[in-house]
Each structure stands twice: as C-alpha cells, then as structure tokens.
Design a protein around this ligand. Structure first.
Ligand code: ZN
Ligand code: FE
Length: 256
C-alpha cells in the first residue's frame, strides 16, 4: 500500500486542478490541465515534477494547459480513446476496462459518457479516490451535452456503485447552486439543507467543498436519487424509468 499525496487547487473561474503524487515511484499526475500557470504553480509549491496528465474529456477548461505543460515537462498525456482528435498533445488513448500502473499508482479507467461522448473517469481503488471530471459534481452532475440522458444516467450509476467511502474529486465548484436545486426537489431532506449550509459556510470562508464522499452523495445528490420514490412522485413521474426521471431533473436544473 503506497501512500499518495493529493493536492487540489482552484483555477480558472470555478474549475479545480488536482495533482496526485507517489514519492517512491517518482510519479506525479495532473488530473486534467485547465490552465498551465495554475498547474505549474501548484507543482512548484509542492516541489513535484509532472510525469503524466490524465484527461477526463476534451473541453477547453480541462485541456487548455496541456501543450505548455507537455512542452516544459515532457509529461505523457493520457485521455479518452473516443476523443483523441480533440485533445491537444494526447499520447495514449484509454477506455474501460483498462488498468494503468503509473509508479505504484493503480488507475482504473471507467467510461462515463454523457457530458461528452468519450468522457472517462479515473478510479484509484487502493487509494479510495475517483476523479470524475464533469460527470458527477457534489450534489449535482454535468450537463448532458453530447450523449443521451440514458447514457449519462448509466455513467452516474457506475460511479454510484464504487465503494461508499470513495473520495470523489470533480471538475468544478458548483456545490452551493446544486444544493439549492436539490433542496427545491427534496425540501424535506434534512441532509440536503445541512450540506447547503456547510457549502455556503465553506465558500464564504474561501474553502473548497470538494472532494466529496460517495456515501454523502448517495444521500443528498438528487441526480443519483432519480430512482427514489419520493423524488419520482415529487416530479410527477411515479412510474417512469429512473433515467427518464433523471432526464427531467436535469432539464429542471438547466432552467433553475
Ligand atoms: Zn466539461
Ligand atoms: Fe468543465
């Protein structure tokens, strides 16, 4: 069991960058590269040398930093097989069920399409962490931009099936707005109001609300709870399949 150090830092408007460091193996991963300067600053601060970038999806706020970082460090860029053409500097395309071994870090690739068609998540089972990009957010989920709602729901179910204590790192700080939406759907869910208060306090103090733990999401993330009786009834779809309830919730959130 290797001990990994994980460093999360804010960048751009509301993105997060994350570095994962295995000192023994001499490996440092950047999960996505929203902005070269912010990633470089974080690396300098920690005294770590970048060896790999693991890209979740092709959007510019996750990839814009790749060319400069690759040029400076010679790092290897790994990303979704389905988006190789759209990710600058990509060296290796991956998809489920590939398992990468980087130093002592074991990384399982999960296909989590919906936000984009090729979107992947990276699960480190031994470390108990998952990097889910713009698929799942704290109390929310990404917009379904390229795939179908049914596809996104399947991706969310896949993440929901990871061990309950998994620490989930997400691409964006959207928790307060997500919690407000969640409360509008589940006003009687006390854990949702609690988390809204916690998130507001954290943001007021300039602290991140991420990472989040999967078990907390299962209790409070309305998008993971589209199969919940009370929620189905609340949105007037008591007998619809869960993915349709999910699709409806996602529509409501888009207009919230
Ligand atoms: Zn995105
Ligand atoms: Fe994003």
């Amino acid at each position: 069991m290797t001990l990994l150090a994980i460093h999360q830092f804010p960048c751009l408007k509301d993105n997060y960058g994350v570095l994962v460091h295995d000192a023994e193996g001499g490996v440092t991963l950047s999960i996505d590269a929203p902005e070269a300067a912010a990633v470089r600053r974080a690396l300098d601060q920690q005294g770590w040398s970048l060896t790999h970038i693991l890209v979740t999806h092709h959007h510019a706020d996750h990839t814009a930093g790749i060319p400069a970082l690759k040029k400076e460090t010679g790092c290897t860029v790994i990303g979704p097989n389905g988006e190789t053409e759209r990710i600058p500097g990509l060296d290796t395309g991956v998809c489920e069920p590939e398992v990468l071994t980087l130093g002592a870090i074991q990384v399982r690739v999960l296909d989590t399409p919906g936000h984009t068609m090729g979107h992947v998540s990276y699960w480190l089972p031994e470390a108990g962490v998952a990097f889910v990009g713009d698929t799942l957010f704290a109390m929310g989920c990404g917009r379904v931009l390229e795939g179908s709602a049914e596809m996104m729901w399947a991706s969310l179910r896949k993440i929901a099936a990871l061990p309950a204590e998994t620490q989930i790192y997400c691409g964006h700080e959207y928790t307060v707005s997500n919690a407000r939406f969640g409360l509008s759907v589940e006003p009687e869910n006390a854990r949702v109001s609690e988390r809204l208060a916690e998130a507001e306090a954290a943001r007021a103090a300039g602290r991140p609300t991420l990472p989040t733990r999967l078990d907390a999401e299962l209790d409070t993330n309305v998008f993971l709870r589209a199969d919940n009786e009370a929620i189905r009834a609340r949105v007037g779809l008591p007998d619809a399949p869960a993915w349709k309830v999910f699709a409806h919730l996602r529509e409501l959130k888009n207009r919230f």
